[in-house]
Design a protein around this ligand. Structure first.
Ligand code: ZN
Ligand code: ZN
Length: 220
């Protein structure tokens, strides 16, 4: 039961193909798990298609009064569009790693090469284009990620287990959207190790000295 969803802004940007690759990956992975956001995305895709149709009609007409450059801008946006496959994604019910994520890290969670971050927390950086960073986080049951704030946008999507922070509890499929206003300390629930996909577009702000010293090294 997913209770924390993507925002309209994120779905629209995904539909328009204007998000950095790392955020595309997080949106596509949530959509693979979430019927509700998949349906909302379909409606944004339809609206985007209608806008494009009108732009093309305008360009075809001899007395087109379209602002010059509007069509070119639309087409350029399409050309630079989402590198993540946009074929209709069916939900993957039993696999831990939904299809869009498997394309990046392989299908087998046991074969992931984790790197220790301290306190039992591990990460795997996922190579994507610049402007944003994607990582898988492994938080042992009961363990905490150091208390931190944000210089930009952070999406954290739960794949296994659950975590809680000052905002809420997040279980499989839930996505937490954190920004400059969010200060939090995610703690994995006891009982099951928590695996998350975390995407950021700016370095985090740690209060404690140790994570602050280590963060350039881990690109976190
Ligand atoms: Zn959703
Ligand atoms: Zn955070």
């Amino acid at each position: 039961m997913i209770t924390h969803h993507l925002s309209d802004t994120l779905l629209m940007a995904y539909s328009a193909g204007t998000l950095p690759e790392a955020f595309n990956l997080a949106v596509a992975t949530h959509i693979a798990l979430c019927d509700e956001c998949r349906a909302r995305l379909a409606s944004f895709d339809a609206v985007g298609g209608a806008v494009l149709d009108r732009a093309l009609e305008g360009a075809a007409g001899s007395s087109a009064r379209m602002e010059s450059g509007a069509l070119a801008a639309t087409l350029a946006r399409i050309k630079t569009g989402a590198p993540v496959a946009r074929s209709p994604q069916r939900p993957v019910q039993n696999a831990l790693l939904p299809a869009p994520l498997c394309e990046y890290v392989g299908p087998d969670v046991d074969k992931i090469r984790w790197r220790a971050l301290g306190g039992g927390v591990r990460q795997m950086l996922i190579p994507t284009s610049e402007h944003a960073t994607a990582r898988l986080l492994y938080i042992p049951a009961g363990a905490a990620v150091p208390d931190h704030g944000h210089r930009g946008l952070e999406l954290t999507l739960v794949l296994q287990g659950a975590f809680s922070d000052e905002e809420a509890r997040f279980g499989r499929g839930d996505v937490e959207i954190a920004d400059e206003a969010t200060q939090h300390q995610p703690v994995a629930e006891p009982g099951e190790d928590c695996i998350c996909l975390a995407v950021t577009d700016a370095p985090l702000k740690f209060r404690a000295l140790l994570p602050r010293l280590a963060q350039p090294f881990f690109r976190i």
